[in-house]
Design a protein around this ligand. Structure first.
Ligand code: NAD
Length: 312
């Protein structure tokens, strides 16, 4: 029987744990806080910022919104980061990218205090992650691992250590924000970890790797990339991808909305309906990994808060 992993419930469970820890810190006179830094008004970044603000409110965190205009200079933005680095009410800083072109990603990221770098963008924290000593495992990769650990305990009655050790894990995607860090997190748990990417596909070798995976983690941003032929019978599949696609009916005709425009929907990278029954467990999209990602960011902010207050 396939288990569709209830990532929303996992996200809510983590949130309860965060609220409890926040109350304990507040009883000591300490309040965690997150600052977002958005330069300009990129739509996707604004949506993400809204979620972070909402979760901060729910958890009882301080929230600081820094939003310099689109034409802000790099020096202006660095001055804001330095102010946030010194601000005791801010435990973690989240830069929301893309930045406008006059601002270098690297320069801004490198100016963030490494103890406030809650999404692990700074090379120092990425280095620690690679060494298996992550202070702040980045939110999306950490969400994938957290989902698997909770799944292992609850559904397979297994210690996550035993669950990961020696497991054949294949990651599809090798970006710096998802594919590479999730591979490090898996490797550091002693899984046999392979990373595949667009060049694997271009050589026609994707199925060769994915079809041997006990655990398949997909983060490519390509709808329907993973069909049943790429998945081993009884595998666990975690779909990180988020794609907006047009809705068609059984005949392939466009389905229109009330305004006469073609409807769209959100899907992952895995052909969920076709793959589901082949798997032991699968995470859906929507209501999948994304339901846990922001909570992992908040967990990192709690950790940053404890570090800055000498509690860790
Ligand atoms: P990216 O574009 O930076 O990287 C995509 C990766 O997929 C690359 O490594 C590329 O080589 C690989 N790839 C592309 N086409 C491929 C193919 N045909 N075969 C094999 N590999 C292929 O994207 P990203 O930032 O890593 O994000 C990946 C996906 O995850 C996106 O859909 C994104 O929206 C989603 N995402 C979800 C969350 C979440 O919380 N659920 C968070 C971040 C990103």
């Amino acid at each position: 029987m396939t288990k569709v992993i209830d990532c929303v419930a996992i996200g809510e469970e983590i949130m309860k744990e965060i609220v409890k820890e926040t109350e304990e810190l507040k009883a000591k006179g300490i309040t965690p806080g997150i600052a977002t830094l958005l330069v300009g008004d990129d739509f996707g970044s604004k949506m993400y910022r809204g979620q972070v603000e909402k979760f901060c409110d729910e958890a009882g965190f301080n929230y600081v919104n820094e939003n310099p205009p689109e034409d802000a200079s790099e020096a202006d933005v660095i001055a804001i980061v330095e102010k946030l680095n010194a601000d005791k009410s801010v435990s973690g800083i989240l830069p929301l990218r893309p930045f406008p072109e006059q601002i270098s990603d690297t320069v801004v990221i490198n100016s963030i205090d490494v103890n406030k770098d809650i999404d692990c963008f700074h090379p120092f924290n990425m280095g620690k992650l690679a060494l298996g000593e992550a202070t702040f495992p980045p939110a999306t990769p950490a969400a994938v691992i957290e989902i698997l650990e909770r799944y292992a305990r609850k559904e397979e009655n297994m210690d996550p250590k035993d669950f990961f050790e020696g497991a054949e894990i294949v990651v599809v995607g090798h970006s710096n924000i998802v594919g590479k860090p999730v591979a490090f997190l898996a490797l550091n748990r002693n899984a046999t970890t392979s990373v595949t990417h667009v060049f694997t596909s271009m050589k026609g070798n994707l199925a060769k790797h994915t079809a041997g995976a006990d655990i398949l983690i997909v983060a490519a941003g390509k709808a329907d990339l993973i069909g049943p032929d790429l998945v081993k019978e009884g595998a666990i599949v975690i779909d990180v991808g988020i794609n907006r696609v047009k809705v068609v009916d059984e005949k392939g005709e466009p389905v229109l909305n009330e305004k006469g425009k073609q409807k769209t929907k959100t899907v992952g990278d895995v052909s969920f309906d076709a793959v589901k029954d082949k798997t032991r467990a699968i995470s859906p999209v929507p209501k999948g990994v994304g339901s846990v990602t922001n909570r992992m960011l908040m967990k990192n902010a709690l950790r940053a808060c404890k570090i800055s207050n000498g509690l860790l």
